[in-house]
Ligand binder design. Structure first.
Ligand SMILES: *Cc1c(COP(=O)(O)O)cnc(C)c1O
Length: 455
C-alpha cells in the first residue's frame, strides 16, 4: 500500500484532534479538509499546491494581500527587538507609535487607545468603560447599566458581546448567561419591518428608536451599533443618513454611541472608518480585524478625552479601569499594524480603491437578473447577495436547503473560497485585489450560483 501523502496525514490528524469554530464537526469529519500552506496576494495555496482566490479576506481581516513585503519586514524587524513584554506597568515603542497613528486617522474627537486582542474583547471593553464612566462621571444620573442595540446585531462571541448581539442561531442557546438589553428593529430595507420603501419612508424606523431613547435613556449607558453595515447579519446595509441621526439622538438623550468598526474599519467601506461616511464621531469605537492587515490578533477600543478623564483620581478612589489581557499591547501586533497604516499611505490604498468599488458594483449588476437573487447589498468591499426561493414573495430557502453552503462548495471547485451567512452569499475581497482578480471572483460566483440554482 502506498504511504499516505503529507496532506492525507494532516487531514487525518485534523479530523482526529481538532475542533473548528462555527463548524458542525460531524459534517467536517466526513469531508476532506482544505489545508492552507501558503498565501500570495489575493491567493491561498493548499498543501497540494492548488490556488484559491481568498474571497473572504480570510474572514474579513486581510487588506493588502498575503505575504506583503512591508508587513513581513515589520514583523522580522520587530523580532530583532522583542516579540512581547507586558503592558501592565510597562510600555513599548510600537504600541506608543501605533496609538498616536490611530488617533491621527480616527474620527475627530477620539483621543485615547486601549488595546486588546480580538474584536469581541474590544466590544466588551467599550461596554465596561461605558458603565463605569456613568458611575464615575455622573453618579447622580442613576443606574445607566444597560445597552440599546439592533436586532440581528453581531458584536462577537464572548458573553458581553453576545448579550448586545441578536443572531438567533448564535445567541438563543446562551440566553441564561446573557445580561438583559433593549433591542430595536434594524433598517433591513429588503425586508422592512414597517413594510415601507426607502427613501419615501424617510427612515421611519428611527421613530421607534427615538421613542426608546426618550423613555429609557435613564437606564441606557450606550447604543452599540455596527456603522453602515450589519455584516454578520448577512450584510444588512443602513440607508444613508441613518447613522448620523443615531448620533444626534444619542447626543440628545445622553446615551454613549459605541461604534463597532471591527468589520467596517480600515477601508472596507471605502473610507478608513465607516463613521466617516456620515461625519460621525462615536464616544467609543472598537476596532480589530483589519487593524494588522490580517497578520496578527490585535484590537483596540478608542474613546474620547471626556470618557478617559472620568477614570482619573487618586488610587484609593478606585476609579481605575480594572481590565487587561496577557497580550495587551503586544509588540509584534502593534509593529505590523503600524506597517499596515504605512501601506495605506504609500500605496494610496483608499484612493486606488475608489474605482475598484465602482467596478465591483458594475460586475455585480448581472446578478440582479438571476432568478433566485433577491437583493444585492454592497458597501465598498463588503458584499452580500441574498438568495431567495421566490423573488416575488421574497420567500427564503429553508435552512435545511443549505443554499449558501452549496454555493460556497461549488465556488471552491472553481477556485474561489467564500463563506456564506445562511442564504446570503458573501464576497469580501482583500482591498489589494486587482480588477482582473475581482472579475475572476465575480465570474466564479456567478457560475456557482447557476450550478446550484439552475433557472
Ligand atoms: C468579527 C466581528 C467581531 C468579533 O471579532 P473577533 O475578533 O472575531 O472576536 C465583532 N464585531 C463585528 C462587527 C465583527 O465583524
Amino acid at each position: 500500500m502506498a504511504r499516505k501523502s503529507i496532506t492525507q496525514q494532516l487531514a487525518d490528524w485534523d479530523r482526529r484532534y481538532l475542533w473548528h469554530p462555527f463548524t458542525q464537526m460531524q459534517e467536517w469529519e466526513q469531508e476532506t479538509p482544505l489545508i492552507i500552506d501558503r498565501g500570495k496576494g489575493s491567493y491561498l495555496i493548499d498543501t497540494e499546491g492548488t490556488r484559491y482566490l481568498d474571497g473572504t479576506s480570510s474572514i474579513w481581516v486581510n487588506l493588502h494581500g498575503h505575504r506583503h513585503p512591508t508587513l513581513n519586514r515589520a514583523l522580522t524587524t520587530q523580532l530583532e527587538h522583542i516579540a512581547h513584554s507586558t503592558f501592565l506597568g510597562l510600555s513599548n515603542p510600537p504600541a506608543i507609535e501605533l496609538a498616536r497613528a490611530l488617533i491621527r486617522i480616527a474620527p475627530k474627537g477620539l483621543g485615547r487607545v486601549f488595546y486588546s486582542d480580538n474584536g469581541s474583547t474590544a466590544v466588551e471593553i467599550a461596554l465596561k468603560m461605558a458603565v463605569q464612566y456613568w458611575q464615575q462621571r455622573h453618579p447622580k444620573a442613576g443606574r445607566k447599566n444597560t445597552f440599546l442595540h439592533l436586532k440581528l446585531a453581531y458584536h462577537g462571541d464572548t458573553i458581553g458581546a453576545v448579550s448586545v448581539g441578536n443572531i438567533q442561531l448564535f445567541h438563543e442557546r446562551f440566553k441564561p448567561l446573557l445580561f438583559p438589553t433593549v433591542e430595536a428593529e434594524p433598517p433591513y430595507c429588503y425586508r422592512c419591518p414597517l413594510k415601507l420603501n426607502y427613501p419615501s419612508c424617510r427612515i421611519a424606523c428611527l421613530d421607534p428608536i427615538e421613542a426608546i431613547l426618550k423613555t429609557r435613556h435613564q437606564e441606557l449607558a450606550g447604543f452599540v451599533i455596527e456603522p453602515l453595515m450589519q455584516a454578520a447579519a448577512g450584510m444588512v446595509a443602513h440607508p444613508p443618513g441613518y447613522l448620523k441621526r443615531i448620533r444626534e439622538l444619542c447626543t440628545r438623550y445622553q446615551v454613549l454611541l459605541i461604534a463597532d468598526e471591527v468589520a467596517t474599519g480600515f477601508g472596507r467601506t471605502g473610507r478608513m472608518f465607516a463613521c466617516e461616511h456620515e461625519g460621525v464621531t462615536p464616544d467609543l469605537m472598537a476596532i480589530s480585524k483589519g487593524l494588522t492587515g490580517g497578520y496578527m490578533p490585535l484590537a483596540a477600543t478608542l474613546t474620547t478625552e471626556e470618557i478617559y478623564s472620568a477614570f482619573l483620581g487618586k488610587y484609593e478612589e478606585f476609579k481605575t479601569f480594572f481590565h487587561g489581557h496577557s497580550y495587551t499591547g503586544n509588540q509584534l501586533g502593534c509593529a505590523v499594524a503600524l506597517a499596515n497604516l504605512e501601506v495605506f499611505r504609500k500605496e494610496r490604498t483608499l484612493t486606488r480603491l475608489r474605482p475598484k468599488i465602482a467596478a465591483f458594483s458594475r460586475l455585480l449588476r448581472p446578478f440582479a437578473n438571476m432568478e433566485h437573487v433577491g437583493d444585492i447589498r454592497q458597501q465598498g468591499f463588503l458584499v452580500g447577495i441574498e438568495l431567495v426561493k421566490n423573488r416575488a414573495s421574497k420567500e427564503p430557502y429553508p435552512p435545511k436547503a443549505r443554499i449558501g453552503h452549496r454555493v460556497a462548495a461549488a465556488a471552491r471547485t472553481r477556485g474561489l473560497l467564500i463563506r456564506p451567512i445562511g442564504n446570503v452569499v458573501v464576497l469580501i475581497p482583500p482591498l489589494s485585489t486587482s480588477l482582473a482578480e475581482l472579475r475572476k471572483m465575480v465570474q466564479a460566483l456567478h457560475v456557482s450560483i447557476e450550478d446550484v440554482l439552475p433557472e
